[in-house]
Design a protein around this ligand. Structure first.
Ligand SMILES: Cc1cc2nc3c(=O)[nH]c(=O)nc-3n(C[C@H](O)[C@H](O)[C@H](O)COP(=O)(O)OP(=O)(O)OC[C@H]3O[C@@H](n4cnc5c(N)ncnc54)[C@H](O)[C@@H]3O)c2cc1C
Length: 275
């Protein structure tokens, strides 16, 4: 195994262009847990991003919050404006592992690790975040809700580094984030729901109920139509169009399906008197 320590963004991009098999490493909180198993699979070149200063900080522009490749959950938790403008990001950050993981783990790592149970991705997706990918060939931007193409599959070439995640600033009159786990902390989601509404447009994002974190277009249409919702059961036909939960060690498909309907119903009722 080798670890490369570039000092600039240009150096990282040059390494990835010359060695597409090289693996970027940010906080290492996803990569390192797998190392003790299948040691030979991890005998590769790693590109450590920790020495590249300009990939780190989060910044505010007139129309967006921009997270860097090395921006951690803790960076967002500590940012007072984030708590006001993007409470779902702070809620998601506080759900990730414990404080040690929040201090090391990055938003970019959460996106590229592509777990269907990732907690950072859904909050970003509910805000319409855009993934900025850079390589020596240029810069691409992909809306996060179009980024994943299947389980652990995404619109990122091996020579591309996620250099930023742009989260658009906007007035939102609905913002909710609910994670259902075995316990209050240090749990992987059995089911999750993030919801926003912006100028009448709903974004409903579900996780741990499909091969990827995903938006729920049928549920979004139902909410936009403004039909009365009598109970969780009224949401099930739309939910069944949007998600494909499975049985696994954490839960069953049926539990996930019904819990998603209940959590969505409660969220609509409790926060906005809808349903
Ligand atoms: C104890 C523990 C608890 C956890 N709890 C949770 C939890 O509750 N919720 C949750 O969502 N996750 C959890 N995680 C998983 C992990 O912490 C997060 O997914 C974290 O965001 C990963 O970020 P990282 O910087 O550590 O990624 P890394 O491990 O450094 O990298 C992860 C992947 O992203 C790639 N990558 C990293 N940065 C870039 C980049 N800029 N461009 C391209 N590719 C990149 C890497 O090559 C790798 O494939 C937990 C992990 C541990 C060990």
């Amino acid at each position: 195994m080798s670890v490369l320590l570039p000092a600039s963004r240009a150096e990282v991009l040059a390494i990835l262009a010359g060695h597409p098999e090289a693996v970027p490493i940010a906080g290492g909180t996803d990569l390192l847990v797998h190392w003790p198993a299948q040691v030979e699979r991890h005998d590769r070149a790693y590109v450590d991003l920790s020495g590249v200063a300009d990939l780190g900080p989060l910044r505010w522009t007139d129309d967006a919050l921009v997270l860097g490749a090395r921006t951690t959950y803790w960076d967002v938790i500590q940012d007072r404006r984030a708590a006001i403008e993007f409470p779902l990001l702070v809620a998601a950050a506080r759900e990730v592992g414990a404080v040690q993981i929040q201090a090391r783990g990055t938003w970019a790592g959460n996106i590229v690790n592509a777990s269907p149970a990732a907690d950072g991705v859904p909050a970003l997706m509910a805000y319409g975040a855009v993934v900025v990918l850079q390589s020596l060939a240029g810069t691409d931007e992909v809306s996060l809700d179009r980024f994943y193409t299947g389980y652990k599959q995404m619109r990122r070439r091996p020579d591309q580094l996620v250099t930023a995640i742009r989260v658009p600033r906007a007035a939102r009159d609905v913002q909710a984030f609910e994670k259902v786990g075995t316990r209050r902390a240090q749990a992987i989601a059995k089911v999750g729901l993030a919801v926003t509404r912006e100028s009448g447009t709903w974004r409903v994002v579900a996780w741990s109920v499909a091969p990827t974190v995903r938006r729920c277009p049928a549920v979004e249409r139902l909410l936009a139509d403004g039909m009365p919702i009598g109970g969780p059961w009224d949401l099930l036909p739309a939910i069944d169009q949007d998600v494909t939960p499975i049985d696994d060690v954490r839960s069953t498909a049926e539990y996930r399906r019904h819990t998603l309907a209940r959590v969505l119903h409660h969220t609509l009722r409790d926060h906005w008197g809808r349903a």
